[in-house]
Design a protein around this ligand. Sequence first.
Ligand SMILES: Cc1cc2nc3c(=O)[nH]c(=O)nc-3n(C[C@H](O)[C@H](O)[C@H](O)COP(=O)(O)OP(=O)(O)OC[C@H]3O[C@@H](n4cnc5c(N)ncnc54)[C@H](O)[C@@H]3O)c2cc1C
Length: 494
Amino acid sequence: MAVRSGLAFVLLINTGVVTCHLEGEAPKKIAIIGAGIGGSSTAYFLRQKFGHNVGIDVYEKGTIGGRLATVTVNGQEYEIGGSVIHPLNLHMQEFVKQLGLKHRKGVPEKVAIFNGEHFVFEETDWYLQDLFKLWWRYGFGLLRLQMWVEEILEKFLRIYKYQAHGYAYSTVEEMMQSLGGERFINLTRRSMTETLQELGISQRFIDEIVTAVTRVNYGQSASIPAFVGAVAIAGVQAGLWAVEGGNKLVCSQMLESAKVNVIHTTVTSISLQQSGNKPLYQVKYESENEGGYDFYDIVIIATPLHHETTNITFNDFTPPFTPFPGHYQRIIVSVVHGYLNSSYFGFPDPKLFPFATILTVESAKLFMLSTGSICPVNITTNYRRKQPQEAAVWKVFSLKPLAKEELKTLFRSYYSVQVTDWLGYPQYQSGKGIPPIILHENLYYLNGIEWIASAMEMSAIAAKNMALLTFNRWNQHLDMIDQKDLVHKIKTEL
Ligand SMILES: Cc1cc2nc3c(=O)[nH]c(=O)nc-3n(C[C@H](O)[C@H](O)[C@H](O)COP(=O)(O)OP(=O)(O)OC[C@H]3O[C@@H](n4cnc5c(N)ncnc54)[C@H](O)[C@@H]3O)c2cc1C
């Protein structure tokens, strides 16, 4: 991942004070730190809100796209970070449309769930047969789970309407409260297991199906909070898509379209230079050969600020800084070009192995979270998935780097292995609450939203909120921030 280790000190000041500016007096310069999907979409939305006279600098120490990244195998690129997008991720849909990008064609696949000894679930060519098998083993668990996720999704979709009307939130909790009341807030605090048990879903279904999904999507068990659990389930629903050419194209093209100044360097510190009713922030940076600084009216941090994810320091803020609690989950992505050892999964004849994706349950016998045959980011119309006996490109998720012996267990032989060591997403049980959005009067933090769920669309929603919040606060449109009862208010406005 494009974040690096070191100590992070984070300010936790939410003064709640809104700076006084005259309407029309636009900010001169805005800095965004991080050019992942969060920082890039913030730049895009800020340009729409503040117009073309404000200078926007985007600092990036690694590669544009951040956790949206690819590796090349045999001249073809493959996603190694954020890969799939839900059909109802409306900001991502809109970006692709506005930027003239395309959806990548889906390639059918069969999924199975492995417990270290045998498959506990095997998908077939027959949908009704699969449903029957699921009902036989787990009762109505699947139906109840689907209905629960649909209900959450339906309420969550309100965010697009509220944002289209210009409403913003000063905290993630306010946003959740406005979308689904106390129940939504509770979904970020109670575990998925507990919540599903209350819905009458069996422990067996949770241990085998739900856990397989939370492991592949977040590298964690079903004891993660229910909201992020629902996002994980949505991440295996029908109709998932990706961007033709690679998801990271959305970031580079948004930055280009927003006409911002991208500065390839590492931000080392942010200092308060001038307080009073018009604060000014100094952003210091360092590259291999040179360092420098610049001054900004507004600064937006679009990268995780936790112990192991950043080195940025904050100076001259009162009160001083404490680090955000909680850790990021290490996820190893190994992209292996080779021949799967189907015998390990109980299929001595590789020709008869029908699965492209193998998910797993929790078991001491297992050293991986999932293994899947993956398609390149560019898919031609005559593209076909490799036959099971052919060499293919596989993506293996694990919590630790795979040892040679483990690779030999999974693959009969291989040509290449490329390993990416990510700090992928929050360790959902390690945090204590959700970090603030407003760190100081005009200093903001985007990535707190990851603590309710980390996904491309969540960053895009946070980015739109950021543009609306900074704009509304700058222009004193306080009636557009943290409004209650928007469902009814918007209905009467229309
Ligand atoms: C393996 C994996 C699989 C995933 N799968 C999916 C999926 O299928 N679907 C989905 O929706 N989401 C998925 N996600 C989650 C998704 O990728 C992230 O939620 C999203 O990309 C986060 O974007 P971001 O811009 O907030 O952060 P990042 O992408 O981390 O961007 C932060 C950027 O800031 C830069 N930066 C950091 N510090 C500094 C500094 N001091 N100075 C300058 N620049 C700095 C970094 O280099 C980085 O580019 C996955 C994540 C991982 C790791």
